[in-house]
Design a protein around this ligand. Structure first.
Ligand SMILES: Nc1ncnc2c1ncn2[C@@H]1O[C@H](COP(=O)(O)OP(=O)(O)O)[C@@H](O)[C@H]1O
Ligand SMILES: [Mg+2]
Length: 352
């Protein structure tokens, strides 16, 4: 049985439907990410799970217990939900040292002193804050402040951890490190994670499954690899990784870049699902190779070094294609004629 279940959740603010008929089932111990552009409804969803927002329609349950239900007019307040929570802003109490920041939620629960001590020390140790017990937050870096928030969330022994862009205010290197630490903590403590981010690499690195959302509506729920390899639609394709969307047309038994038949066909294998004459071909820049024969003819308009990878803009007729290749595969210069082979691509209708 699912651990956290959101059934048909809708939330409106005036005319804005922030979340529209959302259905999610999250397993015990799963790291489940909600990914999408700013304003797509991620935070609203998380706040409804946490109990900071009531729901307009639907039901949220954890285990066997209903937490919010529009039909039953039932709503459990946040402090009774016992979730661990970490937000983007470093929510630490400046007048308390690290130990007290972590211990405070336990103390207000009137837990025995020995247990407060044991849980606080354990959470401090596992978040790498050992030795900082007496330090005050203003003496700590952003990364360490976020560790306090993590330690505080862990100390209450939550079964579910809600994380809303917890790493967004950290610099890239630290962000990457902390991703691994969050995964490690999950392994040690076994909680379920609901993780909100607009950063696709973060979602990819952390999650068992990812939900991609746009305008409050689910676009796809799948494993990271499937989200990347088999995006359900153009939105998901473009949101995850780099993409080319190329206008193509079918004639004389082959598929050509629109208006560039003289460059040669992309393929003569026309998949059975293609019924229209004009389609959009979606391909990632890394899935295109430079070849010496049998490809589509083009010309390199621009090349940029991105470290080990070179980013090319290649013109096929009047259509620009982005190609990324390791520099070990040889270097093409700006203005040079070239030939491209399209490896793994998908088709979408012009309107989808
Ligand atoms: N308290 C609120 N009052 C009015 N509109 C809100 C409120 N909170 C969120 N919204 C709107 O709901 C939509 C989703 O917002 P949010 O859940 O914060 O998105 P995300 O976290 O994905 O960036 C946005 O259009 C936002 O403007
Ligand atoms: Mg948000």
């Amino acid at each position: 049985m699912a651990h956290v279940r959101l059934w048909n959740i809708t939330k409106k603010y005036g005319d804005v439907t922030a979340v529209n008929r959302l259905n999610i089932e999250i397993e015990q111990g799963e790291c489940f990410s909600m990914l999408g552009p700013s304003g797509c409804g991620k935070t609203t969803t998380l706040r409804m799970v946490a109990g900071f927002e009531d729901i307009d329609e639907g039901e949220i349950s954890v285990g066997q217990k209903v937490f919010s239900s529009s039909a039953k007019k039932f709503y459990l307040p946040p402090e009774k939900r016992d979730f661990g929570m970490v937000f983007q802003a470093f929510a630490v109490w400046p007048h308390m040292n690290v130990f007290n920041n972590v211990a405070f939620p336990l103390q207000i629960r009137k837990m025995p002193k020995s247990e407060v001590l044991e849980r606080t020390q354990r959470a401090i140790k596992y978040t790498g804050l050992g030795g900082c017990e007496n330090t005050f937050p203003n003496e700590l870096s952003g990364g360490q402040k976020q560790r306090i928030a993590l330690a505080r969330a862990i100390a209450i022994n939550p079964t579910v951890m809600l994380l809303d862009e917890p790493l967004s205010n950290l610099d890239p290197k630290l962000r990457e490190e902390m991703r691994f630490e969050i995964k490690d903590l999950q392994r040690k403590f076994g909680f379920t994670i609901i993780y909100v981010t607009h950063d696709q690499t973060e979602a990819m690195a952390l999650s068992h499954r990812i939900l991609v959302m746009d305008h409050g509506v689910v676009q796809q729920i799948d494993t990271p690899i499937n989200i990347y390899k088999n995006p359900a639609n153009k939105f998901v394709f473009s949101f995850i990784g780099l993409s080319n969307f190329l206008p193509v047309e079918i004639h004389d038994g082959a598929i050509y870049i629109e208006g560039a038949a003289e460059s040669g066909p992309i393929t003569r294998l026309i998949p059975p699902e293609i019924r229209e004459k004009k389609m959009t071909l979606a391909i990632r820049p890394a899935e295109i190779d430079f070849v010496t024969d049998g490809g589509v003819c083009g010309m390199v308009r621009k090349m940029t070094y991105l470290g080990d990878v070179i980013d090319y803009r290649v013109m096929l007729g009047s259509v620009e294609v982005r190609v990324q290749k390791s520099r070990r595969k040889g270097i093409y210069r700006e203005g040079e004629a070239c030939m491209l082979k399209f490896n793994r691509f998908l088709w979408y209708g012009r309107e989808s």
